[in-house]
Design a binder for this molecule. Structure first.
Ligand code: CP
Length: 368
């Protein structure tokens, strides 16, 4: 009875119809509810109840850029919820180009969004920096689709945010915290790494945003010249830490952030002038010998501490971002994080598309 009263008072989390552009647009209670449902999705992965949520429904996926994890995990998520995920490549359609926005010829976002919403109950979009002319245009496209489609639009990685990855990063760390402890109050070292892939900001931004939101201390390390240029994101991370009562530090040294860090996320990102200089020039610059110490290796992980874990959203640039010894060794939890993509996406689809609600940790399934 006491428990019943307690849960009656707890906030009802109802995300039906919501778009998922970045975790920063969700309250802490909503993020906790998504993660709690994702854990249930993991524990009872093939339960009959989950398998009927999207029965006979289609989830449309627009991929402007390639993917392994995102495509496969969304397809598996739709299958496991009883529905189907349809893969579409914009180049095989007749859409307006994103770069030309209003001026280019082709079908408008308005019409395409409304048509897709007639065929499916949810949609996802991936659009990264190499499909747009300038920073933010990919995110603009997502928000345009979200404006016109009256179905939930899920961000499958744009040029600013990657909410599904951020949720999976946090869930993966929770699954690998020492017994009886929580990730709240733990320290995440988010460090730039040299590399040959000229990587986007989206995964790094989202990790900083969600993990600062959910109570972790954040150490952001990068060499001079590789500052994250979006001050709105950095201001939000600073504010998240302030509200959570945790620390936010910026460090310009490849080693100084390691000591006492519980999780190390070593990943390349391109410099602020990437959109002007292009990929080849960026890769040449990031490969300079002066950055050779910007790699995560076992010596540094030992300095972090005996229980420190290595995290990464993948794909990993081994030998540049991290040594194979760490990446494939016992400290690495990257495969757990990759698996969590499936569980968090099932939770997001169940809540935004299928109407599953949460209240005080209790799952409220939709009526049959
Ligand atoms: N982490 C991630 O989004 O991987 P993919 O690019 O393979 O989808």
């Amino acid at each position: 009875m006491a428990d019943k009263k307690k849960s009656a008072k707890a906030q009802l989390i109802d995300l039906r119809g919501r778009d998922v552009i970045t975790t920063q647009e969700f309250s802490v209670a909503e993020l906790e509810a998504i993660l709690a449902l994702a854990l249930e999705m993991k524990k009872n992965r093939y339960s009959e109840r989950h398998a009927k949520l999207m029965l006979r429904q289609t989830f449309t996926m627009l991929f402007y850029n390639p993917s392994l994890r995102t495509r496969q995990s969304f397809e598996a998520a739709a299958t496991e919820l009883g529905g189907h995920a349809q893969f579409l490549e914009p180049k095989a359609m007749r859409l307006k180009s994103v770069s030309g926005k209003k001026d280019s010829a082709g079908e408008s976002i308005h019409d395409a969004a409304k048509v897709i919403a007639r065929y499916s109950t949810g949609m996802g979009i991936r659009i990264l920096e190499n499909s747009v002319d300038k920073y933010g245009d990919g995110n603009w496209l997502l928000r345009e689709y979200a404006k016109f489609a009256d179905i939930p639009v899920l961000n499958m990685a744009d040029d600013i945010y990657h909410p599904c990855q951020g949720l999976a990063d946090n869930m993966g760390m929770r699954l690998n915290v020492p017994q009886g402890e929580s990730t709240r109050g733990k320290t995440l070292l988010q460090t730039w790494a040299s590399g040959k892939l000229a990587r986007s900001y989206c995964s790094v931004h989202e990790s900083l945003l969600i993990n600062s939101r959910l109570g972790m201390n954040i150490r952001l390390a990068f060499p001079k010249g590789y500052e994250l240029p979006d001050t709105r994101v950095l201001d939000a991370v600073r504010e998240n830490c302030k509200r959570a009562g945790t620390k936010f530090e910026m460090i310009n040294d490849p080693l100084a952030g390691y000591e006492g860090s519980d999780y190390v996320y070593s990943r390349n990102w391109f410099g602020p002038d990437f959109y002007q200089i292009g990929k080849d020039a960026e890769i040449a610059r990031a490969s300079d010998r002066k950055y050779k110490d910007w790699i995560c290796d076992e010596r540094k992980m030992k300095i972090a501490g005996p229980n420190a874990k290595f995290i990464h959203p993948m794909p990993v640039d081994e030998e540049h971002e991290v040594t194979p010894e760490v990446n494939r060794g016992p400290r690495s939890i990257i495969m757990d994080i990759a698996e969590c993509r499936l569980h968090v996406q099932k939770a997001l689809m169940a809540m935004t598309i299928c109407g599953v609600k949460m209240q005080g940790g209790r799952i409220i399934w939709p009526k049959k």
